[in-house]
Design a binder for this molecule. Structure first.
Ligand SMILES: Nc1nc2c(c(=O)[nH]1)N=C([C@H](O)[C@@H](O)CO)CN2
Length: 118
């Protein structure tokens, strides 16, 4: 299995369980690994034969910036479902961070793996 990845994608969104968090936008960061087979694209140099990381990034930024989740867990699950359904990805690993949440920490968040490696 090969991997197409997106590292350090950042977006501003409404996220959090506290009342004050519903009034502001906070940064979230994404590291996403998507299982694929890159050989057809490598042989043809045709973007249509691979997972287009720009198309995935654009869609995720649109989705995250319009969302208003309470928990990072919910956002992570919804992002995983979106990527699998809309981009035909059968395995992914997602790290979703909320770097501003705990001032004494560099970041906090969740890491999930969904689907089959094939
Ligand atoms: N496992 C989680 N723990 C916490 C979350 C979360 O989404 N998942 N969220 C919060 C607050 O919103 C926090 O980010 C505010 O500082 C606390 N714990």
């Amino acid at each position: 299995m090969d991997i197409v990845y997106i590292a350090g994608l950042t977006a501003e969104t409404v996220i959090g369980i506290y009342d004050w968090e519903r009034e502001i936008r906070q940064q979230v960061t994404l590291d996403l690994e998507m299982g694929t087979d890159i050989r057809a694209a490598a042989n043809t140099e045709d973007i249509d034969n691979t997972l287009n990381y720009k198309a995935v990034s654009d869609r995720l930024l649109e989705f995250i910036e319009a969302s208003e989740f309470l928990l990072v867990e919910t956002m992570a699950e919804e992002i995983a479902s979106l990527v699998m359904q809309e981009f035909g990805v059968s395995w992914l690993r997602l790290k979703l961070g909320k770097p501003g949440a705990i001032p004494q920490a560099q970041s906090v968040g969740v890491i999930i793996e969904r689907g089959n490696r094939g």
